[in-house]
Design a binder for this molecule. Structure first.
Ligand code: FAD
Ligand code: NAI
Length: 475
């Protein structure tokens, strides 16, 4: 007899482990299966996010930012640094410790919530009388069964056709997070989120970084004014970004990688680098799931087809996170996981796609929620815009980082906030207030009338709200 559960969650990334915990909180017996292995072959729950994504990239962004501050900015504060050195192995070791703390934290949380954790690859075996049989192939293989299945199997890096990742010269996000020594020249293909974050890490540590981007516009999904401001800052830092390129043949040798490409003017060029990171998006992961055994529908991109409530085409089978439509973000996966667990319990779980924040953790940080000015124009919405530069914010001056601005967009007649776009220091934290405001359908006047601590960066948000009504107090 296989062990049976009310709910089986496949995948313990942010979508999966959070769904498992919420389902357990709601009184279900829950199993969570994840195949990720640590260096010793043991379980490493947390998925892409914890092992090769959000967490390790932020650890390296922090370390590299400290290094750049020590090298370039401490002197402005009257702090002299002599003999500044870099120990890449130690930096990577610290990052690995942070990963392990998160892996262990998730194992603890699963145990605390009485979720049965299985280490191995889960695949559908059969569906009988409303019960799904799932095989777990791990150190010890076993069969389990469940009434409800939540698939949260995430995504993998997309490779360029004909150029597979070898994780030595041609790197995915995985290899990009464990380059053993700072490359003299680093190339990246794709100036999206990973390209900018990982490009920033290795540039700060001393690499000459060139990013080749296929699209003619920089960060097309970001508000144009904000993207322009960010590009100016990246140019100043020496992060080379070539837009509108067409990547041709890529040749790998013992010493490096040569990328043939044509630039926006159609001129042929070669880029010779020591390492190449390919960051051109990610593909949903259903490898090994044996979705065919139960007839689960996938779309042409390989994503599991779900409706607005994350229901698949199969009764009581749900899917959340990167493996389904929508933005590939950890917090989106988590929200879907919670909502699905609540729906299984007969509750009304809800995810508001209009208020999912985005953050790019570069310096300056870029963060936004809601619609951009371009989108409002395209949608024919009459709006008012207010901007406030960090240059005029006392805390930003004291920090020594006055790059960027807060931009607020509000409905021209109702004043409801429709979007907030930030480029500048701690944008990742500042955006939270704007998400709350939009969730409560606040007007720009609501934000403008709220008392914000002085001196704080958040005053720039209040001032941007005042700017919507053309009445800034400090600019
Ligand atoms: P995943 O995290 O991919 O987890 C899926 C899990 O399922 C994995 O552990 C996998 O091993 C397991 N699995 C798959 N198939 C099976 C199977 N058949 N049996 C058992 N287990 C299986 N997002 C943010 O919001 N903020 C960030 O700062 C951020 N930074 C990122 C940086 C990088 C470099 C990358 C690559 C991504 C980043 N992301 C970030 C995106 C984020 O990592 C993903 O959106 C998020 O991890 C998706 O969660 P998920 O649970 O859907 O899938
Ligand atoms: P992305 O979608 O952000 O960017 C990919 C870029 O590559 C795009 O600008 C695209 O135009 C370009 N591109 C695609 N094919 C190309 C080609 N053949 N030649 C040249 N350019 C090409 O994808 P990325 O950076 O790989 O990240 C994947 C996802 O991971 C992100 O979309 C995001 O969802 C998530 N992520 C989130 C982070 C965060 O929230 N801070 C950090 C890192 C990743």
């Amino acid at each position: 007899m296989s062990k049976s559960f009310d709910v089986i969650v496949i995948g313990a990334g942010p979508g999966g482990y959070i769904a498992a915990i919420r389902a357990a909180q709601l009184g279900f017996s829950v199993a969570c299966v994840d195949e990720w292995k640590n260096a010793k072959g043991g379980p490493a729950p947390g998925g892409t996010c914890t092992n090769v994504g959000c967490i390790p990239s932020k650890a390296l962004l922090q370390s590299s930012e400290h290094y750049e501050h020590a090298a370039q900015h401490f002197a402005d504060h009257g702090i002299e640094v002599k003999g500044l050195g870099l120990d890449v192995a130690k930096m990577l070791g610290r990052k690995d410790t942070v990963i392990k703390q998160n892996n262990d934290g998730i194992l603890y949380l699963l145990k605390k919530n009485k979720v049965a954790f299985f280490h191995g690859r889960a695949s559908f075996a059969a569906a009988k009388d409303g019960v799904y049989e799932v095989n777990v192939a791990g150190a010890a293989s076993e069969a389990i069964s469940g009434k409800h299945i939540i698939v949260a199997t995430g995504s993998n890096a997309r490779a360029l056709p004909g150029t597979p990742f070898d994780e030595d010269k041609v790197l995915s996000n995985d290899g990009a997070l464990r380059i053993g020594a700072v490359p003299k020249k680093l190339g990246l293909i794709g100036s999206g989120v990973i390209g900018l974050e990982m490009g920033s890490v290795w540039r700060r540590l001393g690499a000459e970084v060139t990013i080749l981007e296929g699209l003619p516009t920089f960060l097309g999904a970001v508000d144009e004014q904000i993207a322009k401001e960010a590009k100016k800052a990246f140019d100043k830092q020496g992060l080379k970004i070539e837009l509108g390129v067409k990547v041709g043949e890529i040749k790998t040798s013992k010493t490096g990688v040569n990328i043939a490409y044509t630039n926006a003017k159609g001129e042929a060029h070669n880029l010779a680098v020591d390492k190449l990171i390919v960051s051109i998006g990610r593909v949903p992961n259903t490898i090994g799931l044996n979705a065919e055994a139960v007839g689960m529908a996938l779309d042409e991109r390989g994503a599991i087809v779900v409706d607005a409530e994350c229901k698949t085409n199969l009764p009581n089978v749900w899917a959340v996170g990167d493996v389904v439509r929508g933005p590939m973000l950890a917090h989106k996966a988590e929200e879907e996981g919670v909502a699905v667990a609540e729906r299984i319990a007969g509750q009304h779980g809800h995810v508001n796609f209009n208020t999912i924040p985005w953050v790019i953790y570069t310096s300056p940080e870029i963060a936004w929620v809601g619609r951009t000015e371009q989108q409002l124009k395209a949608d024919g919405v009459a709006y008012k815009a207010g901007t406030f530069p960090f240059l005029a914010n006392g805390r930003a001056r004291a920090l020594g980082d006055t790059t960027g601005m807060v931009k607020m967009l509000a409905d021209a007649s109702t004043d409801e906030i429709l979007g907030v776009h930030i480029v500048g220091p701690m944008a990742s934290e500042l955006i939270a207030e704007c998400v709350v405001a939009m969730e409560f359908r606040a007007s720009s006047e609501d934000l403008a009338r709220i008392c914000h601590a002085h001196p704080s960066l958040s005053e720039a948000t209040k001032e941007a709200a005042l700017a919507v009504d053309k009445r800034t107090l400090n600019f």
